[in-house]
Ligand binder design. Structure first.
Ligand code: 1GP
Length: 240
């Protein structure tokens, strides 16, 4: 499986990608088969697994169960080094570029090296940019960083471009899980037009219209978690 190559060719062909974000702390493994039945009937192309916290250390068990249930690429979206599972296909190797906390800019990355260096996980270096979704999110609390105001569009753009220039392969514009407002279309468009690498957008997207808006604005891959957690019937609106 070459996850990045597939994302790049989708971008080239203008094919939009949708990742369902599964929070290991929230999924009920008893329902996993029926959940994935809906996932497979929908336009979902990727599974992201992660969250800011994993108090019960369930990531590995959840990833194993997901891998048994789907052939979609399973990509870790870790909150910290303890959330790494070798059973996934890939990992977003995140740097929280919007923040100024060294812990999430480089410390966690250094600590993760022993788990990644001989691993078969495909590593996807990702510039992670938290923008203000009008709700204090777990990412803010755990990382102890402030999001960038959506009005500060130049800073958002330059942060994304600094990520690309420093070698990130993906940029993730994040309004935060359960955000009140998603990343605005004009930001997605400006960043998307200026980046040469694929753009991921997530946080607060809970309707088909918002998903289409993000795609039309220039997101290559959209991530949705909370909306599916709250109502699995949302998958019915996103049938293939
Ligand atoms: C969060 O971008 C993801 O990290 C998805 O956000 O849970 O609001 O869909 P939601």
């Amino acid at each position: 499986m070459n996850i990045y190559k597939n994302i790049l060719s989708a971008k080239k062909e203008g094919k939009k990608l949708l990742a369902v974000l599964i929070d290991p702390e929230k999924i009920d493994l008893k329902n996993i088969a029926s959940f994935f039945e809906k996932v497979h009937q929908s336009i979902t192309t990727h599974i992201f697994v992660g969250g800011s916290t994993d108090k019960d250390n369930v990531t590995d068990t959840v990833v194993a169960a997901i891998k048994k249930t789907t052939h979609l690429p399973v990509i870790l979206f870790p909150g910290d080094v303890s959330h790494i599972s070798q059973k996934a296909d890939g990992i977003l190797f995140l740097s929280l570029l919007s923040g100024r906390n060294p812990e999430y800019l480089i410390e966690q990355q250094i600590r993760s090296v022993p788990f990644l260096i001989n691993s078969s996980l495909e590593i996807l270096p990702t510039g992670y940019i938290l923008v203000d979704g009008q709700k204090e999110t777990a990412t803010q609390k755990v990382s102890n960083t402030k999001p960038i105001a959506q009005e500060n569009i130049e800073l958002i753009l330059n942060t994304a471009l600094a990520g690309e220039l420093s070698g990130k392969k993906l940029i993730y514009l994040e309004a935060g899980s359960g955000a009140k407002i998603p990343v605005e279309a004009n930001i997605i468009t400006l960043v998307g037009e200026n980046l040469n690498i694929p753009l991921i957008v997530g946080g607060g997207i809970r309707s088909k219209k918002q998903l289409e808006n993000a795609f039309n604005a220039g997101a290559d891959l959209v991530v949705i978690g909370t909306a599916f957690e709250n109502d699995e019937a949302f998958f019915n609106q996103l049938k293939k």
